[in-house]
Design a protein around this ligand. Sequence first.
Ligand SMILES: [Zn+2]
Length: 483
Amino acid sequence: MINGYEVVVGLEVHAELSTATKIYCGCKNSFGLEVNTQVCPICLGMPGTLPKLNERVVDYAIKMGHALNCGINRICKQDRKNYFYPDLPKSYQISQADIPLCHDGYLDIILENGTKRIGIERIHIEEDAGKLLHSDRFDGSLVDFNRCGVPLIEIVSRPDLRSSEEARIYLETIRSILRYIDISDCKMQEGSIRCDVNVSVHKPGEPFGTRCEMKNINSFSAAVRGIDYEAKRQIALIESGGRVVQETRRWDDAKGESVSMRQKEDAQDYRYFPEPDLLTIVVSEDRVKELKDSLPELPNHKILRYIKDCGLSRKDAEVIVDVPEKAELFDGCLELGCKASRLAANWIIGDISRLMNEGRQISELGITPERLKKLVEYIQDGRISNASGKIVFDELVSSSGSQNSPDIDAIIEEKSLLQVSDQAALEELAARVLAENEKSVFDYKNGKTNALGYLVGQCMKASGGKANPGAVKEIVLKRLGEL
Ligand SMILES: [Zn+2]
């Protein structure tokens, strides 16, 4: 809520699909190749050419439809959306108008205080346009047609989002799902995901306000900034007696403001009509089911499971789920019945994430689910200290890849890291340390309680770090009490 107004946001996400070839021709679907080399008469829109639908595009879109709990239109068509722009050689884009491949689904996003269900109106397939190139080195614009015909899905949400923060979480969840079901590489910097943002404001209880659309926002943080700016602009306009007009605005992220582009066009302006050069899409019931069964556990479900079953915080669960490799390691531990899952999560979030940030992959770290399970269970049992666990971990990592990488028990044995929990040995150790540190004992008896920490520290030092700190503290306290 801003000044008593509620912000209403709907999002249209365009995601490029990572198929090997384009949607209607055999040209390579690949980013960053030399301009105008991945083109043919079909994707250049030459008269007389015929497009042929890449079946894989339909499969990918249906997978996303299942992931977002949509109904699937097994029989649907493709339509021409007519408009003129220099990057669109045919002067129309093949898209889907009234019958999208997927319809009426939802996505549960995970907020601080629980989940929120966001309606999904539709998911349809379409082709991407080319790209205009501008440079100081030449006047005017040049066009790169390599992107013409790259397959896209457009995911249209219902206006169920109520803040820029909810929009950000929604976008991150969508991206994470696209990655998990492996249909898009989601590289924002390459424009693999872009979104159009619809924003309106109203007072709760009153009808929705007039919405403005900002097109082609290519980062999630820019979407957040655009929504916040647009909401404030509309509220200021209404408060000063003005009226919001339906229009398309351009978000200028560098300047941090949106500027009017054009009054919003209606669907009829695009003169949609069925694409006569393509066959009706017909997908068998078996295929739809097969695609559903092929889906892995989705990241948003995984996060909820980690929170519920392992007691992780939402943030910690997200750090693990965000990288499928981390989630695979953690799930591996859980499947082996790890009794210290909280600790295993900490190691993944801490040391393992740190190494991955340095560019290493889990597969080359020598950390398997079996090893991580053993390591954290040994630490939890008190068999080795946390500090010794770190030594074992570093040893595993540094010897990974070598012919005979040692196992955890061998490392503990070789470096004599077993934690001393033996009561008699610890009693003896404590007696010796107290006798050698009379001043600290005196201080403690005279109320300087922080001397306790020093004495425990001395015991740990005397044991070479192998004493069980909890047991040591108990014994030192008991002895101090007896003095
Ligand atoms: Zn082509």
